[in-house]
Design a protein around this ligand. Structure first.
Ligand code: SER
Length: 396
């Protein structure tokens, strides 16, 4: 099944069960939301989870692009991407958790053909403020799906305050042996779908109060599910990455880990640009800047003559089309190249400044402040330039 077919099957399944499709939003969350980027399909729906009536009713379904920087260090493994798509469903004070889990199980097994023997679930085991989620536990036991009760892993919130609740996660076995162990003990169990019983609000003082309505918020990681359904061992091998896998290695021969990072970060940078963000030293623009700089650091490690201007237009167009963004590919490339020049000039300046005698010994906070405020050199860049210098000296 191709990504498009999986999306269609998902959306139609829920439409047949009374859900209305809403248009996914951009990566920019609505004003007042505590996060920099949309990290989950629920962000644009926060006011409705908190009780405002939604114009399309109480059952919703959509596809939402999301960006997570918390997972940045995990990018390059088999399952984490910076920008990814989430298929989502919501019950705004309508049906409850057991119904959502039951539909989830049936869609995966009957609609998408997943072997029921490859599934595992986890359920909130309770803590000092909340009871174990017995209703979800019973659903999985009745369906014959192995289930694990966890201590802290099955709770979802959108930051320190706001809507939250216990969740039940569905995992798919990705190993090449028969399934064994449990999701918390063996990471060959890949989490694909999270069903959150979103019925609490966390206040500033950390206490929980009931939301005006009992909601369900579910999110399914599209690239993860697709790669597993396509029998691939990593998200980079599913169909949406096909042009990247075909064109990038020919352009820049890289080891697999670096290749994944370059593909993930460049594709994410295109989407962020397409949503109107521009490189900057703070906020969203800085996330974009860091992604581009990480790419360049990897590319230039082996060959400083590599240039983002060589990025094939097909890759930019494919990404903009996939996310239905109307920015021109020429504009994306121009902004990437400008950013590349800026970084190259900054590196040059950084090398000159750090060669001064003052910066040969250990650096203190005041040095970092000076380097940042006077020369525009962020701490992580200073560290990596010093590391480069050390390595070059040692290899002489
Ligand atoms: N909000 C939950 C998550 O992001 C379910 O959509 O996992």
């Amino acid at each position: 099944m191709h990504t498009e077919q999986i999306v269609r099957t998902f959306v139609e399944y829920f439409e047949e069960r009374g859900h209305r499709r809403i248009t996914g939003s951009t990566l920019l969350p609505p004003p007042g939301d505590p996060v920099l980027f949309t990290t989950s399909g629920m962000h644009p729906l926060t006011p409705y989870l908190e009780g405002r009536p939604h114009p399309l009713g109480r059952r919703l379904v959509n596809v939402q692009r999301c960006l997570r920087t918390t997972d940045l260090d995990e990018v390059g493994d088999d399952t984490h991407l910076t920008v990814f798509e989430m298929l989502g469903t919501w019950s705004l004070g309508d049906y409850e958790g057991p119904q959502s889990l039951d539909w989830g199980y049936r869609l995966l097994t009957e609609g998408l053909g997943v072997d029921p023997g490859l599934l595992h679930a986890t359920v909130h085991g309770g803590d000092d403020r909340t009871c174990p989620d017995d209703a979800s536990l019973r659903v999985w036991q009745d369906l014959g799906v192995p289930v694990e009760l966890t201590e802290g892993d099955n709770w979802w919130d959108n930051g320190p305050v706001g809507p939250c609740g216990p969740d039940s996660e569905i995992f798919l076995w990705s190993g090449d042996t028969p399934p064994r162990s449990t999701p918390t003990r063996d990471d060959r169990w890949v989490e694909v779908w999270n069903h959150v019983m979103m019925r609490h609000r966390r206040l500033d003082d950390g206490s929980l109060v009931p939301l005006p309505q009992r909601n369900i918020d579910t999110g399914l990681g599209l690239e993860r599910l697709t790669s597993l359904l396509q029998g691939k061992s990593s998200v980079y091998e599913c169909d949406v990455f096909e042009p990247w896998r075909r064109l990038v290695p020919a352009l820049w021969p890289l080891d697999e880990q670096s290749l994944r990072l370059v593909q993930d970060h460049l594709r994410s940078a295109v989407v962020i640009l397409g949503d109107g963000v521009r490189p900057a030293n703070t906020g969203r623009g800085y996330v974009l800047r860091r992604l581009v700089r990480r790419v360049l650091t990897v590319l230039w490690r082996d060959d400083p003559s590599r240039e983002l201007g060589d990025l094939p237009e097909e890759l930019v167009l494919h990404t903009l089309d996939h996310f239905r963004q109307d920015m021109g590919p020429g504009d994306v490339r121009r902004l990437l190249v400008e950013e590349e020049r800026r970084f190259s000039r900054l590196l040059e300046r950084g090398r000159q400044v750090l060669a001064r005698p003052r910066f040969q010994g250990p650096l203190y906070d005041e040095d970092f402040h000076y380097l940042h405020d006077t020369h525009g050199l962020p701490r992580d860049l200073v560290m990596s330039l010093r590391q480069d210098r050390r390595e070059r000296r040692e290899s002489r």
